[in-house]
Design a binder for this molecule. Sequence first.
Ligand code: GLU
Length: 422
Amino acid sequence: MTSHKLEWDTPMYRLAVAQLDQTAARMQLDENIWERLRTPQRALVVSFPFRRDNYQEVDTVFGYRVQHLLTMGPTKGGIRYDEDVSLGETTALAMWMTWKCALIGLPFGGAKGGVRISPRSFSQNELQRITRRFTSEIIEMIGPDRDIPAPDLGTNEQTMAWMMDTYSQQTGHAVPGVVTGKPVEIGGSLGRRDATGRGVVTCVIEACRHLGIALEGARMAVQGYGQVGSAAARIAASLGARVIAVSDLDGGVHDPHGLDLAQIDACMRESGSLKDFSGGERLTNAELLELPCDVLVPAAIQNQITAGNAERLRCRIVAEGANGPTTLEADEILRRRGIFVVPDILANAGGVTVSYFEWVQDAQQFFWTEEEVNTRLIQIMQRAFTEVLKVSQEKGVDLRTAAMMRGIHRVAEAKRRRGVFP
Ligand code: GLU
């Protein structure tokens, strides 16, 4: 196995590779395929100039696009805007996209992109300029048959609209299928906005059923009230769960009797932060993770459940809305403590699943109703959950290992069939 220092070697990349190594050893994966899967097939690093609104300063911005695996079809994965994003982080996330797509059975390999900025400190005009320039910089890598970006941390429908427009300007005609997670007016799919949250809740329902926990009245704590966390909270509450805590970057609010989510949404619309919400007790993001509850949904960022707090978690189920929220050491502790973890590559796969629906609808120019989207999404998520649970029971492994085994097995079979060129 490759042991010298690699360009993308960072803690998050090491976590992704350690998960791969553990799973590959367990499933006695062919060593040649194993080695190939440890590094991405393509990685592009760009730096580009960007003019602030005052027209005085020109900053240099760094961006990344990594394609982990080209075997399965075009590559697929989000673009994140975050001040800590790096080549290593992007690579880890691209690898997780590979397992996620393969596990669900989508015809994509994994990819991810990132721009190293703090999006909250820029105006809309500035974000638009950054997005358009970044799109131009990676334009050779993307395309509806090549690599299809989507939103991730710090990006949204509007970001995708600018990307689609920039790509289409260069091509000379509208190319909606170059990105997913677009606004519906330009070829986006109904149901995409809530898809990740809906997928998380589908997994929570299945996990509760498996463990004999009633969803009605189940206490749920949600870290991160962005596109994923807010949808998961709302959908779970509509099904009878009691959302007792939610948080954003500035911390969270807690009410053991259940929070009024409509009021929270109103507060978010008005001030953009939970800071100003008065209908609950304030708590920190770290405190939220340790609240006694039935279901904990980390839906913010990576590296939240660690060896430092895993012993203190007081939930029965962890459903990972975020990518990589749990470290390898914490995973081990949760397993020992009997906490049921629905891993990111399964729990948050609803997003890329509806992205796939969006890409298919764009290619066919034939659009589905929201009900069709949601019904198919739920069916796919239920089936994936059941299959992963079955593997975990048969092999005596946790759900993360089982999910990875399924994903890696699909990829390995495809690689074996295609062979090595030349
Ligand atoms: N960024 C999301 C994820 O991590 C969605 C990716 C996509 O829809 O392509 O799964």
